[in-house]
Design a protein around this ligand. Structure first.
Ligand SMILES: Cc1cc2nc3c(=O)[nH]c(=O)nc-3n(C[C@H](O)[C@H](O)[C@H](O)COP(=O)(O)OP(=O)(O)OC[C@H]3O[C@@H](n4cnc5c(N)ncnc54)[C@H](O)[C@@H]3O)c2cc1C
Length: 483
């Protein structure tokens, strides 16, 4: 495999498109102070949390405050055939936001209103810039919560666009299961609606599901209706240490196969526990560990915990340590969510090349254990965390972004891991999406016919290819899984 040393290797022959002066003048006339061409603002919108070396930033950033603003900005882009990249909070990990063909960014973070809470129906409708934590703040007085929790406090628009999930997906599903309806600005700048607040529908093509995971390539999401859940009557969280990663993984496989309705089931390897302890000032045992949470009635939580404890002890798991109070639980899960930042801080100036494979639960040990051995043998520092109840885990190989050899080694590990996951009937990306980084892997996973169908849909809905062009399948891809 020829691993890339910088973004140019991922994007051969891609040219920036022209952004005409007349277009920028029209944009500034319409948006005034809401449109910025300051370099620092453009640079901040031209990158994400990935390890990619930047391409030139977008030519301007529009800070939309309403659906009308989004529609007018996209209509101007359509008129001048200028690329437009929607921006939530910029926490994506696969190069999603890079302006590889130039154009402008539409930042929707100021569209941050919770529009309506329908407690009786367990739904909430929000603007796309509302973050997942803000949704939970808004609904908690109703005794409700929204479970999807990527580590970053991402925007609901961005989470919808990447089909995100997080630690609770093992019980509550991903954005795919939890988005009921959308308002979207299409490539012509027109406003359309998909879905309703009804729990189910057979009305025509499922455009909601088409938009969920479309990574800004089919439209700009301007409103999202989400499912909510009653706050569980009882919640308890526990950590359990294991002598080996294999013991932890075998425990998880059995818990899932037995149908225990566990709400969270996360793996952290010993090295990452050390990083988390140092960063979050915790005193977790520095061994391979499962972090778990149980939701339900007091009796069912007790029963679930007892079952899991029994299984864990069969595999040599140490006694559970419980996080009983809400404060202790929050501290534990915040530390888990900050594992990425804890790891980044151990190597000044580094970036993480993140992996995101997900396999059927019965194949989890086969996929994970060989990949751990390869990562150890490589000599690269890394962190390892996983939503293992879903068969999904992440290595973050910590590289100096200017060090070509480190990048090559990290990408080679990633290729081997994806190759293994695909052979085990899994996916190259469980939750982060394709962006730029996984375009070749998508081809390996879905096949040329399926990718061609995606491209046909894209062409039909965005004939001038202005919506986040160059992503998912649009560019010759350098990184491929090996047959
Ligand atoms: C520390 C850390 C932990 C993470 N953990 C997880 C995790 O556990 N699970 C997980 O799924 N992800 C995780 N992520 C990745 C990231 O948080 C998610 O991909 C998130 O959904 C991105 O949301 P955002 O608001 O940052 O979107 P952005 O990064 O701003 O955008 C992401 C993509 O969505 C598009 N987009 C954004 N807003 C809109 C809109 N309104 N309409 C149309 N398209 C839009 C963009 O064009 C881009 O293609 C993590 C990231 C970090 C840094």
């Amino acid at each position: 495999m020829n691993a890339p040393t910088d973004l140019a290797h991922l994007l051969p022959n891609v040219e920036q498109r022209e952004v005409p002066e007349a277009f920028l003048a029209a944009l500034q006339a319409r948006f005034g102070q809401q449109c910025s061409t300051a370099l620092a603002v453009r640079e901040q919108h031209g990158r994400d949390e990935s390890a990619f070396v930047s391409v030139p930033p977008p030519a301007a950033v529009v800070f939309a405050q309403s659906t009308r603003d989004v529609a007018d900005a996209v209509a101007l882009c359509a008129q001048h055939k200028v690329p437009v990249i929607p921006f939530g909070v910029g926490s994506s990990l696969e190069g999603h936001l890079l302006a590889v063909q130039g154009g402008i960014s539409i930042d929707v973070s100021r569209m941050s209103q919770v529009l309506s809470i329908n407690a009786e129906d367990l739904t909430v409708t929000v603007q796309p810039g509302v973050t997942r934590k803000a949704v939970n703040e808004a609904v908690k007085s109703e005794g409700l919560f929204f479970p999807i929790d990527p580590g970053a406090d991402a925007s609901i628009g961005g989470m919808t666009a990447t089909r995100a999930s997080g630690t609770n997906a093992v019980r509550y599903g991903t954005m795919r299961e939890n988005v009921l309806a959308l308002e979207v600005v299409n490539a012509r700048g027109e406003v359309i609606r998909t879905g309703t607040r009804a729990k189910k529908s057979s009305a025509g093509y499922d455009l909601t599901r088409l938009m969920v995971g479309s990574e800004g390539t089919l439209g700009v999401i301007t409103e999202v209706t989400l499912k909510l859940y009653p706050l569980p009557e009882a919640i308890s969280a526990a950590v359990c240490s294991f002598p080996t990663i294999e013991a932890a993984v075998r425990t998880v496989i059995q818990v899932i196969q037995l149908g225990v309705p566990i709400a969270r089931c996360e793996l952290i390897d010993a090295n990452t526990v050390r990083m988390v302890n140092a960063h979050s000032k915790l005193g977790l045992r520095e061994e391979h560990m499962l972090l778990m949470e149980f939701h339900g009635s007091p009796a069912s939580v007790k029963e679930q915990a007892e079952t899991v404890q029994e299984i864990a002890s069969e595999f040599g798991g140490n006694a559970f340590e419980w996080a009983v109070t809400p404060e202790e639980r929050t501290r534990l899960w915040t530390a888990r969510h900050n594992a990425y930042f804890a790891a980044i801080q151990t190597k000044p100036g580094c970036r993480a090349v993140s992996t995101d494979t997900c396999v059927p639960i019965s194949r989890l040990a086969d996929c994970l254990l060989d990949s751990v051995a390869e990562a150890d043998a490589s000599g690269l520092p890394y962190f390892l965390v996983g939503h293992v109840g879903d068969g999904n885990f992440h290595f973050g190989y910590l590289i100096d972004p200017d060090n070509a050899e480190e990048r090559r080694v990290a990408e080679e590990l990633n290729v081997k891991l994806v190759t293994r996951a695909l052979k085990l009937e899994g996916t190259c990306t469980g939750e982060h999406g394709v962006g730029l980084h996984k375009m070749g892997f998508l081809l390996d996973e879905a096949g040329a016919g399926a990718v061609d169908m995606m491209r046909t849909l894209k062409r039909a809905l965005d004939p001038d290819n202005i919506l986040n062009p160059g992503k998912i399948f649009d560019t010759p891809a350098a990184l491929r899984a090996t047959p």
